[in-house]
Design a binder for this molecule. Sequence first.
Ligand code: FPP
Length: 233
Amino acid sequence: MNSSNLTKNPLPNHIAMIMDGNGRWAKERGLARTAGHKEGAETVRKITIHCTKIGIKYLTLYAFSTENWSRPKLEVEYLMKLLDGYLKQELDFFLKNNVRLKVIGDTSKFSKKLQETIKNTIEKTSGCSGLTQVLALNYGSKDEIIRAIKKLNEQNLEVTEENLESCLDTKDIPAVDILIRTSGEVRLSNFLLWQVAYAEMFFTQTYWPDFNEMELDDIISDYVNRERRFGGV
Ligand code: FPP
């Protein structure tokens, strides 16, 4: 996909996704919610491959929120196992396709085993320079901002936009250009509240497991033709 000279914006640098609708996708098929998450992980793979092909630099995925702990214990356990398996399975793909993994959120609440898998994948892919896949894990924007303010205080830094940004989990990650939420819900659910300040937002009815490359291309085509004024005229 190219953005031609006729478009108003270059291709997005950073796309963020709220991957919603796994449970409803499964329910409509008479399946357990976990089947929706399993299929959702396939969509993560598909969309990541597509983003590497079209030259997107950052893809941030809301995989587990600070609020998701309140789900039934078995569902939380399933999601943890799915993440661990996904990271182990994808390592080869990441390395072959020059994909770097980053994580935002407070992973200290995860099991030692999952923390080890995360650390290993981050380390092994740290030299990759193509797409950066950013997984939001035990992530909540309010939690991130509070942790950032604590860091500012600890370092005795003046409260400025720049200093606060340098203390966020997303330091070194550019601002979000496109935010997509699937499944028809129109809210941010504590995701990247600071970082989407000037993002273009897209809300689609499609459940995450059904989201595909074509729909992403349509959104990007719409984005490159939108006028982004960043508060100017
Ligand atoms: C929201 O759908 C989805 C989640 C809370 C989990 C997202 C996880 C995945 C897409 C799969 C695993 C991720 C990776 C990176 C391998 P929901 O369960 O709230 O759906 P519902 O609103 O229809 O109930």
